[in-house]
Write a protein that binds this ligand. Structure first.
Ligand SMILES: Cc1ncc(COP(=O)(O)O)c(C=O)c1O
Length: 395
């Protein structure tokens, strides 16, 4: 197999329109934060049917800014999920807060509201759920808990651009909704993120914090209205989005539904193809919800499949298929074990899923033939190992 035949996990689907927009942006002389970012924010807000959106450099930055704007600081506890990317937890730590993990529901893989409630103390200030793989969390239960205990709600929507729960868009339930436009995401700007806020005041604070805490937007400073002085009113960060990134995002967003349909087709083909295999496929989406089909994950149980998850990863990769792991549970990582004393066994559902899960390619860029190759590779890997385990069982 030549390297060009390798199916890259999460390869973005970039088309002519965004390439030409990037070129126009370069030629315009304004490549930093400017009119294209403003347009992307307005179009994203319209897509989500909200008024307030701020584009930033990544979802990591979106989470950091949101945690800070939510008033989290030293001594405050924030409850989040152990089945997430490290950025979710790091954002809490960087603000000086203390992350507290609540285990997931093993079927939906989303944070379990009952576990959240069990972990509330007098120090709890916020809940930070992640809509895992694009499946909405139980937002009725989570918003009820947040209201009952007076907690802030920050939604990690890195996987959930198209996600809806009971007709309402993910990212609009909380005080802040944080999105990712990383290279593998359903809408990409290479790197990038967006924050939805409920209030005008929060939006203004987020925008100010995203640009050093300066009182005026830098792009207005150098505009044709004449030079404007700025004042630093809070110690902020540097995580504004550039027009070059927004040039990609504007056109990516216009294709969000079309690409989503393609991923759903691939998802359905995988479901049909793997139904008889000794693996666990994703649970059906719940009634009155929309799944964003961001990650298609299967669980490899060595007892059932006759192969360890890590051997499966290696074998499928050898067959030319790029795969991912979303995620080893947070307590598996040495940094958190050292800082918080967490152990994987303390969160058994996240631990098991983190040790069994494999994400298969689900990009809208995949051709039918490439999807067939993924299906064949998964089937062949399991059949071969299934035969081996039958032999072992006979001995
Ligand atoms: C659940 C989750 N949260 C946060 C992030 C961070 O996003 P970004 O790479 O845009 O900073 C990711 C990225 O993959 C993610 O999957």
């Amino acid at each position: 197999m030549s390297s060009s035949d390798f199916i890259v996990f999460g390869a973005p689907k970039i088309e002519r329109e965004e390439i030409e927009e990037v070129v126009r942006c370069l030629e315009s002389g304004w490549i930093g934060t400017g009119p294209r970012v403003a347009q992307f924010e307005a179009e994203f807000a319209a897509y989500k049917q909200v008024r307030h959106a701020a584009a930033v450099g990544s979802c990591t930055a979106a989470l950091q800014l949101s945690v800070r704007a939510a008033g989290i600081g030293p001594g405050d506890e924030v409850i989040t999920t152990p089945l997430t990317f490290c950025a979710t937890v790091n954002a809490i730590v960087h603000a000086g807060g203390t992350p507290v993990l609540a285990d997931i529901d093993p079927v939906t893989m989303n944070i379990d509201p009952a576990e959240v409630e069990n972990r509330i103390t007098s120090k709890t200030k916020a809940i930070l759920p992640v809509h895992f793989a694009g499946r909405p969390c139980d937002m009725d239960a989570l918003t009820a808990i947040a209201d009952r205990y007076g907690l802030k709600l920050i939604e990690d929507c890195a996987h959930a651009i198209e996600t809806k729960y009971h007709g309402r868009a993910a990212g609009t339930f909380g005080d802040f909704g944080c999105f990712s436009f990383y290279a593998t995401k359903n809408v990409t700007t290479g790197e990038g993120g967006m924050i939805l806020t409920r209030s005008e005041d929060d939006l203004a604070r987020i925008k100010m914090l995203a640009l050093h805490g300066m009182s005026k937007d830098a792009w207005k400073r150098f505009g044709d209205e004449g030079y404007k002085h700025y004042y630093v009113v809070e110690t902020g960060y540097k995580c504004n989005m550039m027009d070059l990134q927004a040039a990609l995002g504007i056109h990516q967003l216009r294709r969000v539904e079309q690409n989503g349909k393609r991923r759903e087709e691939i998802w359905n083909r995988y479901n049909a193809a793997f139904a008889e295999l000794p693996v666990t496929t994703p649970a059906e989406p719940e009634a009155e919800t929309r799944h964003a089909h961001h990650l298609y994950t299967i669980l490899i149980d060595e007892e059932r499949g006759g192969i360890t998850r890590d051997d499966f990863l290696e074998e499928v990769t050898r067959r030319g298929i790029g795969v991912g792991v979303h995620y080893l549970s947070i307590p598996e990582h040495p940094a958190y074990q050292a800082e918080f004393g967490w152990r994987p066994e303390g969160y058994p559902h996240a631990m098991r899923i983190g040790r069994q899960t494999v994400s298969l390619p689900l990009s809208a860029k995949l051709t039918d033939e490439e999807v067939s190759r993924v299906i064949e590779a998964v089937g062949a890997t399991l059949t071969k190992s299934g035969q081996r385990s039958e032999v072992r069982n006979l001995r």
